[in-house]
Design a protein around this ligand. Sequence first.
Ligand code: DOR
Length: 461
Amino acid sequence: MPRRTLIRGAQVVLPRETTRTNVLVEAGRIATVDAPASVRADETVDADGLHLLPGLVDDQVHFRDPGLTHKEDLRSGSRACAAGGVTSFLEMPNTVPQTVTVDALAAKLEIARRKCVVNYGFYMGATTGNVAELQNASRTAGVATPGIKVFMGSSTGDMLVDDQERLEEIFALTSLPITAHCEDESTVRANQARLEAAGPTTVRDHSRIRDRRAAVTATRRALDLARRHKHRFHVLHVSTADEVALLGSCAGAGDGLVTAEACPHHLFLDVSDYGRLGALAQMNPSLKEASDREALWRGLKNGALQIVATDHAPHTLEEKRAPYPASPSGVPAVELVLPLMLDAVHRGKCTLNDLAAWMSDGPARIWDMVGKGRIEDRYDADLVLVDTSMEREVRNEDQITKCGWSPWHGTRLTGWPVRTWVGGRTVFAGDWVAREPVGRQIVFDHARGGYWATGGPSGGP
Ligand code: DOR
């Protein structure tokens, strides 16, 4: 690895502005964001006409390793990240075995050390009986975790915790930040029973079974738990206008405890896409109406939602071909979320500074990551260079994710990453993607107190 790299002449997306400057990287960190163009370096990258962004931080991926590696593994998933400009990811516990003990977390970290091309962190999963393990996870040296994931609605894997007493216990007795999948299980089951009684269901019924009420009921319940227990809480994959309204009332001015995110499938697809995509548009929470999709964009713009994350959830095409409801829920997105969002910038839906706040700085601060999310002196040199005018069509054949398909196959997008660095090392350039385990374990400093304690949308000093 070159010790000193000069990235010269890019439009650099800084926390508050975008400006043309020269970024000097030294020993894996950003040495200075305004180096003289003539500074001595081992490598100089001419970035004239390109934009330099902080590497994306994706706080919700399912990489299936260990146990379900025919769908994805930590090498294939992290390589897809590298090609998509995602330099850090947080992975979910619904693997086999589930990440519900400190030992399982340590084992996953060990696999990651051998395979991950980008930086990694892993959630601890809650069960109906592992509070002691969740407590241990915050005390055991070397097995750092961003927080606790609760499936308050069932999804892929068998990790449901929806019993009120158990939920109260998790919120009362643990100290790590909590995040949850919010779909109300009893609403989902009642909807399913009603629809199945009327005849065979199809994939279009997925949005009637996992309907708006299921999402809102669970999110309301989770917010109530977080507030009563004064526990930091992050709502995953918000899918409805109603939740955006609910979250708007507690963002910022509220108690500083709650953050929330939107995913690309809910931002770029809606129920009208079932006809075209069938089970390739099946995920949990389900797709909603076009009006919900637009409400999510407004929620990001007005601060009710703080970040964008993928919920990258690969399943093979063969698995997806099973007739509904046997078709599994989930879509891949880590390598396309940046082009999708750059295309949204191109169409005027948001700015590059929004993108960096929602996809780098925001998630890094929500989860108390050290040295991540910004192009600023002394931050880690996790960077992505993008060409905002490059136009290309998404094709299944080009996907690096092991599942080899995308719901955006055939879509033309403007704005693509051209080079990615992790800790100052190039992991993606042109059509080359690294295989070496360059990624590092992310360090979490939970004493920082999360997004609101570090300045909220303005991002502090
Ligand atoms: O659609 C989904 N798929 N939603 C989830 O919450 C889980 C995920 C998976 O792991 O397949």
